[in-house]
Design a protein around this ligand. Structure first.
Ligand code: SF4
Length: 768
């Protein structure tokens, strides 16, 4: 790194302990405690009137979509009811009345700020004017929008090749912003478009595309309500997609059963106290999970193979366990799967799972007699070396049961950020799609590049090697979201210019390229007015439905801009008004963007008038039982190997998890109420027997180390907490433990980091 520009910024921030308090993990989710937490966050950040106005409009047909997760709203939302504790926290976080601008940065250098925790940084509030950090300086200063665009344009023009620029997208953006941004990157000449999907559900996309022909889930919300069995695998909906609990509750009320497959027994899946029902508030709530299978980390493949083996035995007796008509008509690879699975020894599989066989047999009996089965999953399946294979194994189970492409059955990868799926749909991707490029040529009049670009891992490596020089981020906190934090920090610092389009302060504003810009933008809840007209954007939820979103709150400042508008103005500045696309006009009138989305993106044709109210579903071949694009025109059963975790003595497998007071990299608070941890994030959840064997007691302080490719990585200072987690497994919070995840170890084919199965050791540093 060029020493002249190196700033003395901390990548770790403060790791002082914050006076931890422990309690027993809760045996239920939501209820009065959830309401209390939501009200506290809302009132503290927004005040009474602003909170009430915003909440009454969140997830309503004529309101704005929750800026947090991508869980779908019902077609007919009920007034007052379509939000959860975490949605309220996300709203309060963006609609806070705390603001910071150039005065704040005059008094606080990036070096000083970087010593704070991510939680403290987030608390400073909304950024209200464009800011620049000039080379060699440690204080951001104010800059005009036009000068900011000019600076970016100048740096882009200086590059030897368009491929030295990287355009990252987080899942917060709208379809309109993402479409413009993706088209600008292509018009500039690169497909370097990593996005947050690369780090979370890319494995789902790859697995689903290979087996079913579309990289998205197949079910709609109502399918969950009427499913006979829902398998929730590698997912913690109580914290990460809280309103999914209402759907699970409805399924239970309708007689459905729930199987939870996860190393940890999460409170949200034990019992749900629905704050919108008398039973939830005054009664004991609804017990959700019928069968909990506490599988060892990343041993889902052996578990599902064992379940399939047992189902094969039952089917050979009755012939009714599998849907043979469905298999004959729609499925390829049946014989190979049947032969392949016989090679596995049941006892060996059982040992790998770490689960009691009685429990597995209970699940087998349930699955044998049902066919309306949904599998829901999240990063507990995707973020492993074999993430793609793991998901394919679950799809094997669904295909054998004929639980695909029919009502109340199918696949449900539960997406994290609110428009992560939509961003991808409208063209944010590093792959080349020849058909898309043809339509760009036809409708937008320029030739898009035909060379594959960088995904997230590729972008990190390129910046580290000096091949990526300008790094633009549409939202997010790339430094903390990406794996291998120290490596990523070096990579980012080697750029000439880093640009963050952001609402609030985070560590990616402090660990920057030689020069850095912050371009402040609207939150989802804010009123986006132009020429006296209220503009709206659209987003796509986890189940492929596109809906309008209109904000209503006064924007944090009159010096911030909407994402589509600022992207359009940047493009216009770069092309100096001389391009086949009229960027400026599109930035002003989003209907023009939507018309081009209809033209250019397959599946959106003629839908620009149809996105009002409850919205519309994008095409989904699985729902139509159309597998014509797959080999032999059929859905694919697959052969998947067992995971390979040969642990040496004193090694453990660690998974990163989220606390209840965070959403992705945004830390709202320091509590993890469901797991009984208060006022601290530097904790390590550990099996009691493992603690004994390691001679550790509660509150001992350990460093966690990983060792890959001769490189030792360390996450310093974690308090050990005894927890109900399978032996040999550990859990600690993301993003603090990202530092342990080697950037070059990721899922085969999807390149999703192995954040849920990191091999680590512990080094005791202090007696607690
Ligand atoms: S479930 Fe997700 S989208 Fe719905 S209100 Fe909660 S955080 Fe927002």
């Amino acid at each position: 790194m060029d020493k002249k520009f190196r700033r003395n910024v901390s990548v770790r921030g403060s790791d002082d302990f914050t006076n931890i308090k422990l309690a027993a993990p809760l045996r239920h989710a939501a209820g009065l405690l959830g309401i209390k937490a939501a009200i506290q966050h809302g009132l503290k950040e927004m005040g009474v009137v602003r909170s009430m106005r915003a909440l009454m409009n969140m997830n309503q047909n004529d309101g704005f979509e929750c800026p947090s997760c991508a869980w779908p709203d019902p077609d007919k939302p009920s007034r007052f009811r379509e939000f959860c504790e975490n949605g309220t926290k996300a709203l309060a976080d963006e609609a806070t009345t705390q603001h910071i601008g150039s005065d704040f940065f005059k008094n606080n250098s990036v070096e000083q700020l970087s010593e704070l925790t991510d939680y403290e940084l987030n608390k400073f509030g909304r950024i209200v004017e464009p800011l620049v950090l000039r080379p060699g300086k440690i204080h951001y200063e104010s800059i005009s929008w036009q000068d900011a665009y000019a600076l970016i344009a100048k740096e882009l023009r200086k590059l030897n090749s368009p491929d030295e620029a990287i355009f990252y997208t987080s899942g917060r953006s709208s379809n309109e912003a993402a479409f413009l941004y993706g088209m600008f990157a292509r018009a500039f000449g690169t497909n370097n478009m990593p996005d947050c999907s690369n780090m979370c559900h890319e494995s789902s996309g790859v697995a689903l595309k290979e087996t079913l022909g579309i990289g998205k889930g197949s079910i709609k919300l109502e399918d969950l309500h009427n499913a006979e069995v829902i398998i929730v695998a590698g997912q913690n909906p109580g914290t990460n997609h809280p309103r999914m609990l209402s759907a699970l509750e409805k399924c239970k009320e309708n007689g459905g059963k729930i199987i939870s497959i996860n190393p940890l027994e999460e409170s949200g899946l034990v019992n749900f106290r629905n704050p919108q029902s008398v039973k939830g508030m005054l009664g004991g709530g609804e017990d959700l999970t019928n069968i909990q299978l506490p599988v060892n980390i990343n041993q889902d493949i052996p578990l599902i193979k064992l379940i399939i083996k047992k189902l094969i035995d039952l089917d050979s007796e009755s012939g009714t366990v599998f849907d043979h008509d469905f298999i004959n008509k729609y499925v390829d690879g049946h014989e190979a799967l049947m032969n392949g699975i016989q090679e596995y020894d049941s006892n060996e599989l059982l040992q790998l799972t770490g689960v009691d066989e009685d429990k597995i047999d209970e699940a087998v009996q349930l699955l044998a007699s049902k066919s309306k089965i949904v599998v829901c999953w999240a990063m507990g399946l995707t973020q492993h070396k074999n993430g793609v294979e793991t998901i394919r194994e679950y799809i094997n189970l669904l295909l054998l049961k004929g639980a695909i492409g029919k009502p109340n059955a199918g696949t449900c990868p539960v997406r994290g950020h609110s428009n992560v799926q939509g961003d991808r749909s409208v063209g944010i991707m590093h792959h080349v799609d020849a058909g898309l490029n043809d339509r760009i040529k036809e409708h937008l009049g320029f030739t898009a590049p035909d060379k594959e670009g960088f995904d997230t891992v590729g972008a990190m490596r390129a910046m580290y090697e000096g091949e990526g020089k300008v790094f633009v981020c549409l939202g997010g906190n790339f430094l903390m979201a990406a794996s291998d934090t120290e490596y990523t920090a070096v990579a980012i610092q080697r750029c000439n210019l880093t640009v963050q389009i952001s609402t609030k302060l985070n560590r990616s504003h402090l660990v920057t390229g030689k020069a850095a810009l912050i371009l402040p933008t609207f939150g989802r809840s804010e009123k986006d007015m132009k020429n006296g007209q209220l503009r709206y954007i659209t987003v796509e939820n986890s189940m492929g439905r596109v809906r309008q979103s209109r904000g209503l709150l006064k924007p944090a400042s009159n010096r911030i801009k909407s994402e589509p508008e600022l992207i359009a103005e940047l493009a216009d500045t770069y092309f100096e008004g001389n391009h086949s696309v009229n960027w400026k006009a599109m930035g002003e009138d989003y209907d023009l963007i939507r018309q081009q989305i209809d033209n250019v993106i397959k599946g959106f044709e003629n839908t620009s008038d149809n996105s009002k109210g409850s919205g519309y579903y994008l095409p989904n071949n699985v729902r139509d039982l159309d597998f014509s694009k797959l080999p032999n025109g059929k859905a694919q059963l697959t052969l998947n190997s067992l995971p390979d975790h040969e642990l040496q003595e004193n090694e453990f497998v660690l998974m990163t998890i989220r606390s209840h007071d965070q959403f992705n990299t945004t830390i709202y608070g320091l509590d993890d109420r469901y797991r009984g941890v208060y006022n601290e994030r530097r904790v390590l959840f550990m099996n009691k027997q493992d603690m004994k064997e390691q001679e550790l007691i509660k509150m001992d302080v350990v460093d966690i180390t990983s060792f890959y490719d001769n490189t030792k990585r360390t996450a310093f200072k974690f308090l050990v907490i005894p927890y109900n987690i399978p032996k040999g497994n550990l859990a600690a919070y993301f993003p603090e433990t990202n530092v342990l995840v080697p950037y070059n170890h990721f899922a085969d084919r999807s390149k999703t980091p192995i954040s849920k199965s990191i091999v680590v050791r512990l080094v005791k540093t202090k007696i607690g």
